[in-house]
Design a protein around this ligand. Structure first.
Ligand code: HEC
Length: 103
């Protein structure tokens, strides 16, 4: 008698585990990607050099800035925040920012 009851509990228990595992396998839909840089010339350099420390939101949240202002920001990233951007790549990055996020 006791064993029969116990056997039923085991069966119910297994069923619950199965249901839990099955529902855990749901697919989650992520919000659209907003942390990437918009396409443009030199975007691969920018992706490589500017996403080391923060997302592209830092750039896209800025107002459209003239090229010279972007040059200043890139310089600040290098000198103040220590971004390891090779000197030969700053021009390409500034060109990109001025063209895609510039005015
Ligand atoms: C070594 C790390 C590092 C790298 C690499 C880096 N940044 Fe930053 N960036 C920072 C830090 C730190 C801040 C300031 C964060 C804060 O104030 O919360 C910042 C802030 C910013 C901001 C916000 C405005 C401002 O002036 O503070 C912009 C725009 C920005 N970064 C652009 C860039 C671009 C473009 C690149 C690539 C050329 C880049 N960052 C690469 C560290 C970095």
């Amino acid at each position: 008698m006791v064993m029969k009851f116990f056997g039923k509990m085991v069966i119910v228990g297994c069923g619950l585990v199965a249901v839990c595992c099955w529902s855990a396998d749901r697919r989650f839909v992520l919000p659209p990607e907003t942390v990437k840089f918009k396409p443009g010339a030199n975007v691969e350099v920018v992706n490589k050099q500017c996403l080391v420390c923060h997302s592209a939101d830092y750039v896209s949240m800025q107002p459209l800035l003239p090229r010279a202002a972007w040059a200043g920001i890139v310089q600040k990233m290098r000198e103040k925040y220590g971004a390891p951007i090779p000197a030969g790549q700053t021009n390409g990055i500034v060109e990109y920012l001025g063209a895609v996020y510039g005015k």
